[in-house]
Design a protein around this ligand. Structure first.
Ligand SMILES: [Zn+2]
Length: 245
């Protein structure tokens, strides 16, 4: 129960952060976290992400039925539930409309080949641009090889072992989009050499893939999952940059 209360507090904080950063407007955006088998904590529909409180959150099952809470589920919940089915290892899912990355998504422009080393280590070599029709229609095969997707004509979807990681992934994609936009104005980004990208991708996979899923009940007793935010990732990037120079 204590673990669930912590996830609840983190989900409220994450929702408010999406609003504070200008990554959502009106009632846009949604955040969910896996509490256990068939139980997900979720923001409800029809609320500003800046106004989300612990009392407004709902708990839904794997079919999207509300188990706890007085509010209704949001319509894109099917997208989140499909992501959890596709990726049993993830613990949370965030959808938002960060303006620059969403600009790429609505222009149906992908970032193209990797043009900076650090993002490859952090989120992998590709941020797939995927078609997004009706909620629930999304082919989530791309989530098999990426943790962040650009949803065409829509926005961004990020998954992760925890809310902080998923939020950082959206932050990085939005930052990449701003850099790519400037680079396009200056003649276009220059792609990194494939040999470097391949080795960075290998590091990414060793650091971020195949981590076991943790639900809220396990989180307090499970050993800490390896994190790439520490010195290991820093030295990998430094090594890669040295070789690139
Ligand atoms: Zn949306």
């Amino acid at each position: 129960m204590i673990a669930e209360e912590r996830v609840r507090a983190e989900l409220v904080e994450t929702s408010r952060e999406l609003h504070a950063r200008g990554w959502v407007a009106n009632h846009d955006g949604n955040v969910t976290a896996r509490l256990g088998p068939g139980r997900f904590l979720s923001t409800p529909t029809a609320i500003s992400k800046g106004a989300v409180s612990s009392e407004s959150l709902i708990v839904v099952d794997g079919m999207g039925e509300v188990l706890q809470g007085t509010r209704k589920a949001f319509s894109e919940l099917k997208l989140h539930l499909a992501a959890y089915r596709r990726r049993p290892d993830i613990g949370c899912c965030i959808h938002a409309h960060p303006p620059t990355a969403t600009g790429f998504a609505v222009a149906r422009r992908s970032f193209g080949p990797p043009f900076m080393a650090e993002p490859v280590v952090s989120i992998g070599r590709e941020v797939p641009l995927v078609d997004f029709g009706m909620p629930g229609d999304l082919d989530l095969d791309e989530l098999g090889r990426a943790d962040v997707l650009l949803l065409a004509n829509h926005g961004v979807l990020a998954v992760g072992p925890d809310l902080e990681t998923a939020l950082l992934r959206i932050e990085l994609v939005e930052h990449m989009a701003k850099i790519a936009l400037v680079a396009h104005q200056l003649g276009g980004p220059v792609a990194l050499p494939e040999s470097l990208v391949a080795s960075l991708q290998k590091k990414h996979e060793s650091l971020f893939r195949e981590q076991p899923a943790m639900d809220a009940g396990q989180a307090s007793s499970a050993p800490a999952a390896p994190s790439a935010s520490g010195e290991a990732a820093g030295s990998i990037v430094a090594d890669a940059l040295k070789r690139f120079r």
